[in-house]
Structure formats: structure tokens, C-alpha cells
Design a protein around this ligand. Structure first.
Ligand code: PLP
Length: 458
């Protein structure tokens, strides 16, 4: 298994051929899931004492299993938040694996961590945070949010050890991502969701929410989470005024830009994020709008030391890493994971190869596609925009459709390999209405793709 023989050579060639074919295919088949029993009937048992052989296993994957997956980079996959990793980033993901580097500590990972940090330096520069700010790559936005909020709580407890005696409290808006609620549970923190009259959270309603807290709850408040591009609608909270309130109230200000973070590189919308430079921590997912392969999130801190206080692991076998001879940036100190893949390396290579301007242009194209789609919706009498396109998200309705019709339409388009576009809900006059939603990421989606999808709604 660890020897180099003909089987290895053949398997390697198979894998390289598959990889080259896949990344040069601009419209991969839009696969769909099958039931586990169905897949098992087609594939059979694959793990046996003697092994089924690389050729057989790979054939099962190519012919059956991968077809039961949805390629996230398909130009007409506009559901949830799709992705479109660059070919350079995908190829360097292979290189990252082949290089077998441990990404937790500088002592073992220096050269690879250097690459990650170069990419991180660019990300930090987009936020406008001071030059002392820095960050680290995580498995995704969920892990980045958790890492940031744990750092916030640790800071709150360090400033007043009495705070260790009770649960912390978080404030965010009803439009925040589900991971905030989920991570509050993981942390055993309480969470209050603010329902603003506006479509976004404002400093004014945050102040009101804080003012109405009971004195004990006010003491328990350790962080406010704003969203820089809601997943559902691409809406950005009023970061400037929220930052002011957080500063006045001396509470940690976290901005979740997992989806929207890429737009910090887009001059046409950058002003919408004003105030983000006052954040204590920021989440950005390069695997969403910065064209990295899964999985790659990032968390950025205004003050890295506060993250280290919360996350640095201690163990007798780890002490060598604190030694002068091993001195350097240790990613393990700033997020929840110890052993880690150098998941920022694919982003680094692609950025180094293409330069930041191509990133800017590809992100701007996503925003432009959303505007184009909005115009096309306005032109069609059977459709209606629900609200103006925001970042790369478009919310629209098919006049007269019931929720079941949206659902059936989604399945039909998916089954026929046309597109994956899923319904969502939007609050309209106090009630939740089922509507349709596009989220653009892939710069290779065309106007003809949009027409094709909209025409299936006639
Ligand atoms: C996607 C998303 C997350 C979760 O990120 P994962 O990478 O899926 O863990 C968190 N917040 C926002 C705003 C998101 O869009």
C-alpha cells in the first residue's frame, strides 16, 4: 500500500486524467441525489478484506457516485450559495495534499503557512482593519464564527473574572445565518435575535435592544454579530452605526461576511461595508465568493492576542512549539482546530498566479449578473422582483404560484439537468411568502443561462 508499483502508476494516471477532464468541462452534468439503497444496489460493497482495486473503485465513482452529486460550479447552479473554484486553486489543492504538510505550527508548516499568510494579508487589507489585525483560515464560516465568538467571550471573562459565573449573551438580527444560532448552542451562550423594522440591522435598533435588556442580561452581553451580506438576500447590516453602539457599550463587534466577504474586493459595492474596519473580528468564506475549493473559511481579528488567549492549546507534547527555535506564526493558536490542512494554500496559489485584479473583476461580474437577472425579471410580465438585487442575490416571484409550484418547478429543472434554483421565504407584510432566489458566484454564467431558467417559469 505504501510501495511504488505499476498499480500506483496506473491509478495516478487515472486520477490526473479525470482531474484534467473535470476542470476543463465547463458544464459538468448536473447530477442529482439517489437514495442510499439505490446507490448500494448499483455499487455494492466496496470495502473488503482484499480490496476491490483502484480501477474498479474509481470506475464506480466516475460512472455512478459522482453522478449522484451536484457540481457546485455548474453555471446554472444558482441555489444556496454556489461556488466556482478557479482551476489553479483546484490543482493546487492536489499539490496541498501531495505535500503532506501539518498546518498547525510554524515549526512544521513554515513555508506553507507563509503562503497562507500572504493570502491572508490581502484579505485583511480588504477589510480596512489596522495593520496589527490578522487572521487564519478555518474549515468554513461556521468554524470561523465559533472561533471569533469564543475569543469574544474569553475577552469578556478575562476583563471581569466574575463573568465566568454565568452564561454569556449574544445579540444579532433575525437575518443572521443559522450558524450563529447553532454556535451559540455549542458555546452554551444565550442569543437574542433583533427584528428590525428595516430590512437590515441598524445601530438604532441595536441600541434599543441593549437599552431594554434587564441589568443582569446587560452584564451578560459579550458580543454583537452583524452580517455583511445575508445569505438569503445579500443585505448588509448598517455596520457603521452598529460599530458606534458596540464601541459605546464596550462590547465585541463581530461581522459575519462568510458569503459577502468577496464583495469587499468589488469597488462598486465596497461603500456598503463602511464600518467593517471597526470590527473586532470578521468571518469571510473564500470557498464562497473567493473561488477556493471546499473547504476554506477565514477568521480575522483586530487583536490577535485576544484570539490566542482563547485558543492556544497547552500540552506537554506541544511545548516545543513555544520554543524560540520553533518561533513563528502558529495557526493553531487562533481558531478551534489543532491539526489542520493548509487550506489557504489553493487560494494563495490562485491569487499569486492571477493577481488580485482578476478576483475583483470576477466578483464584479457576479454583481453584474444579479443586475442583469433583475432587469430580465422586470421585462417578463409573469415575474416580479421582490426587492432590488443586492450583492449577487436576486429575490423574485412567479406571479400566482403557490409554494408547491415553486417546489415542483425546482425538482423538474433539476431532474432535467437544466438548473438548480431553489425557493426561499421572504417576509412580506408580516407574513412569510415562498419566492424564488438566484445567487450568482460563477463568472461564467451567461445571460442565455438566465433566460433559459426564467423561460421555464412561463
Ligand atoms: C455560509 C454562511 C455561513 C456558514 O459558513 P460555512 O462555510 O457553511 O460553515 C455563515 N454565515 C453566513 C453569512 C453564510 O453565508
Amino acid at each position: 500500500m505504501h510501495s511504488i508499483d505499476m498499480d500506483l502508476v496506473e491509478m495516478t494516471l487515472d486520477v490526473m486524467k479525470y482531474t484534467i477532464d473535470r476542470i476543463s468541462n465547463v458544464t459538468p452534468e448536473l447530477g442529482a441525489p439517489k437514495k442510499e439503497e439505490e446507490l448500494f444496489a448499483l455499487v455494492g460493497e466496496t470495502i473488503t478484506p482484499k480490496g476491490i482495486g483502484g480501477e474498479t473503485a474509481f470506475k464506480l465513482f466516475k460512472d455512478i457516485l459522482v453522478k449522484a452529486t451536484v457540481p457546485i460550479d455548474h453555471p446554472r447552479h444558482l441555489a444556496f450559495v454556489p461556488a466556482a473554484p478557479t482551476r489553479a486553486a483546484i490543482m493546487f489543492d492536489l499539490v496541498t495534499s501531495a505535500s503532506s504538510i501539518h498546518g498547525a505550527y510554524w515549526m512544521e508548516g513554515a513555508g506553507g503557512i507563509f503562503c497562507e499568510n500572504q493570502a491572508m494579508k490581502w484579505l485583511v487589507s480588504l477589510t480596512g482593519l489596522s495593520k496589527d489585525a490578522f487572521g487564519v483560515f478555518t474549515s468554513g464560516g461556521t468554524a470561523a464564527n465559533l472561533s471569533a465568538l469564543v475569543a469574544a467571550r474569553e475577552d469578556w471573562r478575562t476583563r471581569n473574572p466574575k463573568n465566568s459565573e454565568f452564561k454569556g449573551l449574544l445579540l444579532t438580527s433575525i437575518s443572521a445565518h443559522s450558524s450563529i444560532q447553532a454556535m451559540a448552542k455549542v458555546m452554551d451562550a444565550d442569543l437574542i435575535l433583533i427584528d428590525d423594522d428595516e430590512e437590515y440591522l441598524t445601530g438604532k435598533s441595536l441600541q434599543l435592544a441593549i437599552d431594554t435588556l434587564k441589568p443582569f442580561d446587560r452584564e451578560r452581553l459579550f458580543a454583537v454579530v452583524a452580517t455583511g451580506g445575508t445569505t438569503n438576500a445579500g443585505i448588509i447590516d448598517e455596520l457603521d452605526s452598529i460599530a458606534e453602539v458596540c464601541e459605546k457599550e464596550q462590547t465585541w463587534f463581530h461581522v459575519d461576511c462568510a458569503y459577502g466577504g468577496g464583495a469587499l474586493a468589488a469597488p462598486s459595492v465596497r461603500h456598503l461595508f463602511n464600518g467593517i474596519e471597526k470590527a473586532d473580528s470578521i468571518t469571510i468564506d473564500p470557498h464562497k465568493w473567493l473561488f477556493s475549493p471546499y473547504d476554506c473559511g477565514a477568521v480575522i481579528y483586530k487583536d490577535l492576542e485576544l484570539a490566542k488567549n482563547a485558543h492556544s492549546q497547552k500540552g506537554s507534547y506541544l511545548e516545543i512549539f513555544k520554543d524560540e527555535g520553533a518561533h513563528g506564526f502558529n495557526p493553531a493558536d487562533y481558531q478551534i482546530q489543532l491539526t489542520r490542512r493548509l487550506r489557504g494554500m489553493p487560494l494563495w496559489f490562485s491569487l499569486a498566479m492571477h493577481g488580485t485584479e482578476k478576483y475583483r473583476d470576477s466578483i464584479e461580474r457576479g454583481i453584474e449578473l444579479a443586475q442583469i437577472a433583475a432587469d430580465k425579471i422586470k421585462e417578463r410580465d409573469y415575474l416580479e422582483l421582490v426587492r432590488p438585487a443586492s450583492l449577487s442575490v436576486v429575490l423574485y416571484r412567479r406571479k400566482g404560484w403557490t409554494p408547491d409550484q415553486y417546489r415542483d418547478w425546482t425538482y423538474k429543472n433539476h431532474r432535467e439537468g437544466i438548473a438548480l434554483v431553489t425557493p426561499t421565504k421572504w417576509k412580506n407584510n408580516g407574513e412569510y411568502e415562498t419566492i424564488s432566489r438566484f445567487c450568482f458566484i460563477n463568472p461564467d454564467t451567461t445571460e442565455a443561462d438566465i433566460d433559459l431558467i426564467l423561460n421555464t417559469m412561463k
